[in-house]
Design a protein around this ligand. Sequence first.
Ligand SMILES: NC(=O)c1ccc[n+]([C@@H]2O[C@H](COP(=O)([O-])OP(=O)(O)OC[C@H]3O[C@@H](n4cnc5c(N)ncnc54)[C@H](O)[C@@H]3O)[C@@H](O)[C@H]2O)c1
Ligand SMILES: CC(C)[C@H](C(=O)O)[C@@H](O)C(=O)O
Ligand SMILES: [Mg+2]
Length: 361
Amino acid sequence: MKLKIALLAGDGIGPEVTQEAVNVLEAVAAHGRHSFEFVPLLIGGVAITAKGSPLPAETLEQTLACDAALLGAVGDNKFNHLSPNERPEAGLLQIRSALGGFANLRPATAYKALADNSPLRPEITEGVDILFVRELLGGLYFGEPRWWDREKELAHNTMVYSKAEVVRVAKIAFQLAQKRKKKVTSVDKANVLEVSQLWRAAVTEVAKDYPDVTLEHQLVDSMAIHLMNTPRSFDVVLTENLFGDILSDESGVITGSLGMLPSATLGGKVNLYEPVHGSAPDIAGTGKANPIGAILTAALVLRHSAGLEAEAKVIEAAVIEALEEGNRTTDIARGNIVGQRTVSTTEMGKIILDKVKASLK
Ligand SMILES: NC(=O)c1ccc[n+]([C@@H]2O[C@H](COP(=O)([O-])OP(=O)(O)OC[C@H]3O[C@@H](n4cnc5c(N)ncnc54)[C@H](O)[C@@H]3O)[C@@H](O)[C@H]2O)c1
Ligand SMILES: CC(C)[C@H](C(=O)O)[C@@H](O)C(=O)O
Ligand SMILES: [Mg+2]
């Protein structure tokens, strides 16, 4: 099996964590009769600097010719003065839109080894396994019109969803729930927003085709607290673009760090894989970035684009083992604890890589 993967490392810690993900994928390729061809391409701040655009035409064109895209992160404070459609983040939104994936899967798993890392008590986080299904191409991110009239001191964004956009992502959420604990929690703000009322009605209609799946609705504000108080009560959490952005970052509290979270975006021409975290300019270049979110993202590439479920599981097991042995990047380290040692990005990557290689032997 041959897979051509666009490598969109991006800015800040993006290249650092992406390299560790690539190393693991290369080990999988070396072991089996698979071959992964990586096509390095510019996106985000590095693309603005080199080509004057956060998504150069050749990046888009070449990514569209690939079987999957693996992105690190975009964002650089030196471009903060630019308008949203010129910033590094615009490159990411443009490529998401062009690739067409609308279902962004963001799993949040509580690892036993990190039970003491979360500010939540271990009895709250134990066994948490949530799958966020974030709608990725609609809502406030892409709604028109959008503008900022500096003279009038007035700005405008548009939240818009069609029923069809809600239905297609809801179907994915229900199908995934059927393979899990058979529960979908749909999150909206239907007490205030018409868009959310349409969302709720459309999701309720889709649910009729999945009678084995329980559907519950939650308002986003109280969902934010339920997620911290009773995270184990959730299975698949379906929500729109901005709410999903916020709630998935919040789930980093359950897992111990934002740096632990992977994602996969399905449903378009080319699947897009990216860790949930950003370019983390505060730690870029220090060796403190946790590569686990990116490495678990590589496992999602194997699962969803390569059909290599067993190899995906090998990577996930290697991550658990590395954590259980006490290896910690700074974000998941808790001072001088016996049996734990703080490791750098590359050290953590190598520890996981060696375990992957050993299991594949
Ligand atoms: N997918 C993406 O490319 C993406 C996602 C989120 C934010 N961003 C961009 O990243 C830039 C920084 O944003 P931010 O600071 O709000 O969010 P961020 O996710 O980059 O960082 C938030 C905090 O988490 C820490 N963190 C994040 N990832 C980590 C990792 N792998 N290991 C250890 N610690 C990690 C950071 O050090 C920081 O303290 C902004 O330009 C933002 O737009 C990009
Ligand atoms: C960088 C930004 C455009 C992006 C988003 O808001 O979707 C990020 O926060 C994410 O979660 O992937
Ligand atoms: Mg985000």
